[in-house]
Write a protein that binds this ligand. Structure first.
Ligand SMILES: Cc1cc2nc3c(=O)[nH]c(=O)nc-3n(C[C@H](O)[C@H](O)[C@H](O)COP(=O)(O)OP(=O)(O)OC[C@H]3O[C@@H](n4cnc5c(N)ncnc54)[C@H](O)[C@@H]3O)c2cc1C
Length: 503
């Protein structure tokens, strides 16, 4: 939809205007002379017309499949010379159009998907950055090893994730995926190939980690790894968001579980999930913490709900929905092919399947709020009211992220809220579309109502940039944003790399 369409309807942000492509032919000719192939067919460009969100649409003029740092360097040097925008894409799982190209080049990083070296002595892996976490897991698990934490999604890439954060159900203990990166190979916007870490070119490392692709293309990554363990999952059921969040934070503060998170059916059935890597950790939880949780087991909760709705027969529709939803979704988390001896082999497969099957649709509209621990209950309760106002059915997903004080410079102007100490918490507000047709303005108004809470509370967002970039200045203030913009202008004089995403 054009920015000036539907006069009179106020929007916080629309898609950027399409780059007009004047220098395109000369740019492509230069690249061809350097041996860099640019795919210009409509069929290839059309593959990248939108992201997982399905509400932002744009077409690149051409697609380059990443093959090596040298090739990416040649591309970026030519793009600087001709002022051609380059949009980098891993799995394309953004939902605000951040990985959609509005003209220029779409750089598809999945061409760089090889694992380069696994070192079981230092417990590290060196990999190309376009690999999906799931592909990396397959290689590591052959050696009985595993990554530490990664998104619960089968098509998120390592590079794309380090650029935005990466949250797993073990992030309350191990931190976000970006915290697992020891060093990176980065191609800067002007085409230099640079190795960086907290000890070498530290400033570049700090800007690229959680940097939304503004300060370089991540081409290789060295990550910490760990021994592989299947996990044992427990579920506790609550009818109060507040009580469930208090219990989640109690467990996180006391390092009482290896995995924790909240997944809800609206605000009626709130499921606290807790899981363990070892029998010892599970036994310690049962001895010290289980009895302090205020949630019910499945049977107890069913009885409780039956009593609740028996006294409120006018809400029978809601009760039936909860029952149907439980019958459909819960077995998905217990599918025998992904479990052995009561343990879940691979949480990513289980969660990713469930998400796409039971939540996913053509439009994935998932605004979120990321706050300090003490603001989190208010953020979720206010966001929940917004969901109730805009949609009949929805899901909330809440999870904690352990913050590492030594990584504070990485977190500046990112999804990690500036006032968070110890832990940050995130909640995704996810409407169930259920085949209904909603207008873009309905979705946008819903997202604005959630994002406005973030401004009000002084929070941040995991979905950061793209269509919601107007909120970045409102949340962080002009001084910080302008400081980052000055760094961006210095690093990327023609402003070609992932432009319009953040600034
Ligand atoms: C259904 C669904 C479930 C999700 N579940 C989770 C979850 O459990 N946890 C979680 O953390 N997130 C989750 N997300 C969000 C998404 O998975 C993360 O944002 C993801 O890690 C992004 O990876 P990607 O490869 O898809 O990146 P992309 O979407 O392709 O890119 C993300 C950003 O990074 C830039 N970029 C991509 N690759 C590179 C690179 N190599 N170098 C520099 N910049 C790059 C892009 O330009 C873009 O701005 C979910 C999203 C959806 C739609």
């Amino acid at each position: 939809m054009a920015p000036d369409a539907l006069q009179g309807i106020v929007r916080q942000q629309t898609n950027p205007a399409r780059w007009n492509g004047k220098a395109w032919s000369a740019f492509v000719a230069d690249l061809q002379a350097l041996g860099v192939e640019v795919a210009e067919s409509a069929a290839t460009r059309g593959i990248f017309a939108t992201d997982a969100g399905g509400t932002a649409y744009g077409l690149p003029h051409g697609v380059v499949i990443a093959q090596s740092a040298t090739q990416v360097s040649a591309l970026l040097k030519a793009a600087q010379a001709h002022c051609v925008p380059v949009t980098v894409r891993g799995g394309g799982l953004t939902t605000e159009g951040e990985s959609v190209a509005y003209g220029g080049v779409l750089l598809d990083m999945t061409g760089m998907s090889r694992v380069l070296a696994i070192d079981p002595v230092t417990m590290t892996v060196r990999t190309e950055a376009g690999i999906y976490w799931h592909g990396l897991a397959e290689e590591l698990r052959r050696e009985n090893l595993d990554y530490l934490s990664a998104p619960l999604n089968m098509t998120s890439s390592v590079g794309g994730t380090l650029g935005v954060g990466g949250i797993d159900v073990n992030s309350a203990r191990l931190g976000c995926s970006a915290d697992q990166a020891i060093s990176l190979q980065v191609v800067t916007p002007t085409g230099e190939i640079v190795e960086c870490s907290d000890n070498e070119n530290a400033e570049l490392f700090q800007r690229v980690i959680l940097g939304y692709g503004q300060f370089g293309v991540i081409t290789e990554v060295t990550l910490r790894i760990r021994p592989y363990t299947p996990l044992r999952m427990h579920y506790y059921y609550y009818s109060s968001l507040r009580t469930a969040i208090e219990d989640l934070q109690l467990l996180d503060r006391n390092d009482a579980s290896d995995y924790s998170g909240i997944l809800t059916i609206m605000d009626c059935a709130v499921n606290l999930l807790v899981a363990f890597d070892s029998d010892e950790r599970e036994a310690a939880f049962k001895a010290n913490w289980q009895q302090r949780l205020r949630g019910y087991g499945e049977f107890g909760f069913a009885l409780c709900m039956a009593g609740h709705y028996a006294l409120r027969p006018w809400r029978i529709g809601e009760a039936l929905y909860l029952f149907r939803r439980k019958q459909a979704v819960f077995p998905e988390f217990r599918r025998p092919e992904f479990h052995r001896d009561g343990r879940m082999d691979d949480r990513t497969v289980v969660f990713s399947r469930a998400v796409w099957k039971h939540w996913g649709s053509r439009n994935m509209v998932i605004p979120d709020l990321a706050t300090s621990a003490d603001k989190f209950i208010e953020a979720v309760e206010r966001g929940n009211k917004v969901c109730r106002k805009f949609f009949r059915h929805y899901t909330l997903y809440c999870v904690g992220i352990r913050l590492r004080p030594e990584h504070k410079p990485h977190y500046e102007m990112s999804c990690v809220p500036p006032d968070a100490e110890g832990w940050a918490y995130g909640c995704e507000f996810e409407p169930m579309i259920e085949g209904e047709v909603y207008s873009r303005d309905h979705f946008q108004s819903f997202k604005n109502a959630i994002y406005d809470i973030g401004v009000d509370l002084g929070a941040s967002y995991y979905r950061f940039g793209g269509m919601m970039k107007g909120y970045i200045r409102r949340v962080f203030g002009d001084a910080l944003v302008d400081r980052h913009l000055a760094m961006k202008r210095q690093a990327d004089p023609a402003m070609i790399l992932n432009r319009d995403v953040i600034f």
